[in-house]
Write a protein that binds this ligand. Structure first.
Ligand SMILES: [Zn+2]
Length: 138
């Protein structure tokens, strides 16, 4: 992904100043929301290693394969609880909007639009934020 392009998390910043350095490992997320945004962007750019590295070891899947036909179009962060630089845990409520592409056409659902509304839980250990799990809301 081009560092100068608009970050997929729609922060308004270029990728190279937002989620890019988190994906490359140049910088760790300072807040739960920043980690949540970087994980959303990782789905958008197909960065499975970043998703696994930021998943808490107790809930992390052994492997992860991303559905390349699923295009992540929009992220709206609705609310955060905790998750700041001086917190050890936090929650982020968000809606992620996606479009299923050609992969769904076999089931006759070409370009279906969907939304994921989730409250995600995060913990901070050793100075790093990790995604623990989430509840589908709404
Ligand atoms: Zn971003």
């Amino acid at each position: 992904m081009d560092d100068a392009a608009r970050c997929p998390c729609l922060s308004g910043l270029p990728y190279g100043e937002c989620c890019g350095p988190l994906h490359s490992g140049a910088r760790a997320a300072g807040t739960a929301e920043a980690l949540m945004r970087s994980r959303y962007s990782a789905f958008a750019v197909g960065d499975a290693p970043h998703l696994l590295q930021t998943w808490h070891p107790t809930t992390r899947p052994a492997s992860l394969s991303l559905d390349e036909s699923q295009q992540w179009r929009r992220l709206d962060v609705l609310a955060t609880r905790g998750g700041g630089p001086f917190d050890d845990d936090g929650e982020v409520e968000f809606v992620a909007t996606f479009r299923s592409g050609a992969g769904s056409s076999v089931r006759g659902r070409l370009h279906e639009r969907g939304q994921l509304h989730e409250v995600s839980r995060f913990v901070r250990e050793g100075g790093r934020w990790f995604y623990v799990d989430g509840d589908v809301a709404g």
